[in-house]
Design a protein around this ligand. Structure first.
Ligand SMILES: *Cc1c(COP(=O)(O)O)cnc(C)c1O
Length: 391
């Protein structure tokens, strides 16, 4: 059976009524026959049948043993950090999601958990940065917003040799394109707010563990700390995931067309998209994923913050907003929006210049997206060229 078929049919038909859509069990508790004798559920923080459907679905898609659903992507990341102890160190990708950076450096620092950042697209740098205290390696691939690719399989080998866990934030690729657990990772985390939900209408997070014992530890933390996903939002994520394969194919096809358009445009300086053969990690991306996703970042020939800010406020089809992965195309300015919490110096070192613009390619017609960008580029064209051309 092909993955898309398998996915759609692993969402169960309701055994009680035959309902083809997953029922939303909007309840806090479950009546027991006798103390401790129940039908698998006792209290809805611990477990809820609608949430279970989502947790089983993501575990299956990521080829893991256990799926665990949280109220946000950051709550999911938080649960993974809580596996660590005071004195442990996290080795993280330098171009990390701003919220994860804030959590690691502003919240966990005071509990004695430290974090070291490195360019994980360079395996030598990862090997050199692993120390005796490193207990967790944290990857995003592709990264946000510079679209760097890290070799999951090679880093998994390093993690294993050094007895640390490898967690991959798979938000950008989704299991429809990339399955990190099959490449050797121990944990996968998702902001289901993005592609899994797919419609910009919810906030949710998921963890998948490869090993059942590790899955049990995270399930314990989910119940003990309480940041669970509601039945309704669980249902919305399941509904979104029903069309994940189809959506990821279209996001990727349109993103490639937009990236190719931008790459040949005289007013565009640099385009970051792993699907372009000119991307420095194109071969690694091709090796470990079946597609390149829907996120592009680029900068203009006029490489200034002012030009980027003017651009992001002039598009019509692309809406100026944080977030990504929905059906509507979004444009953003990472330095002033999603990545504002990262100090400017560190931001620049990771390649997030003040002139960088990020696009989340939605499901509109690709020709309309290109036309919108083309018109915006024409509108910002300066009357005088920056360099005098011989006439
Ligand atoms: C959005 C995002 C998160 C955080 O998820 P929330 O659902 O907003 O809490 C984590 N990682 C990546 C890569 C993201 O894009």
């Amino acid at each position: 059976m092909q993955t898309a078929t398998q996915l759609i049919h692993s969402i169960p038909v309701d055994p009680l009524t035959g309902a083809i859509s997953v029922p939303i069990y909007q309840t806090s508790t479950f009546v027991q026959e006798a103390p401790g004798i129940n039908q698998g559920y006792d209290y809805a923080r611990t477990g809820n049948p609608t949430r279970s459907v989502l947790e089983n679905l993501i575990a299956q898609m990521e080829e893991g043993s256990t799926g665990i659903a949280f109220s946000s992507g950051l709550a999911a990341i938080d649960a993974i950090v809580k596996l660590l102890e005071s004195g442990d160190e996290i080795l993280a990708v330098d171009d990390i999601y701003g919220g994860a950076f804030r959590l690691f450096t502003k919240v966990y620092k005071k509990f004695g958990i430290t974090v070291r950042f490195t360019d994980t697209s360079d395996i030598e740098k990862v090997a050199a940065a692993i120390g005796p205290k490193t207990k967790l390696i944290w990857l995003e691939t592709p990264t946000n917003p510079t679209l760097k690719i890290s070799d999951i399989e090679a880093i998994a080998r390093l993690a294993k040799a050094n007895h640390c866990l490898l967690c991959v934030d798979n938000t950008f690729a989704t299991p429809a394109l990339q399955q990190p657990l099959l490449l050797g990772a121990d944990l996968v985390v998702h902001s289901a707010t993005k592609y899994l939900g797919g419609h910009s209408d919810l906030i949710a997070g998921l963890v998948v563990a490869k090993d059942p014992a590790l899955g049990e530890q995270i399930k314990f933390l989910q119940n003990a700390c309480g940041a669970i996903l509601s039945p309704f939002d669980s249902w919305l994520v399941v509904r979104g995931m029903e069309t994940l394969h189809l959506r990821m194919q279209q996001h990727g096809a349109s993103a490639l067309a937009v990236a190719e358009f931008l790459a040949q445009h005289p007013l565009v300086r640099k385009v970051n998209y792993p699907g372009l053969t000119t991307h420095p990690h194109h071969e690694v991306a091709k090796k470990q994923a079946s597609g390149f996703g829907g996120i592009i970042s680029f900068s203009l020939v006029d490489d200034t913050e002012e030009a980027a800010l003017a651009f992001v406020t002039k598009t019509r089809v692309f809406k100026l907003a944080e977030s990504l992965g929905g059906i509507k195309s979004l444009i953003s300015h990472p330095a002033n929006m999603t990545h504002k919490t990262i100090p400017q110096e560190q931001r620049r070192a990771a390649g997030i210049n003040d002139s960088l613009i990020r696009l989340s390619i939605g499901l509109e017609n690709a020709a309309d997206l290109i036309r919108d960008l083309d018109q915006t580029l024409s509108a910002i064209r300066k009357p005088e060229p920056r360099f005098a051309l011989a006439s």
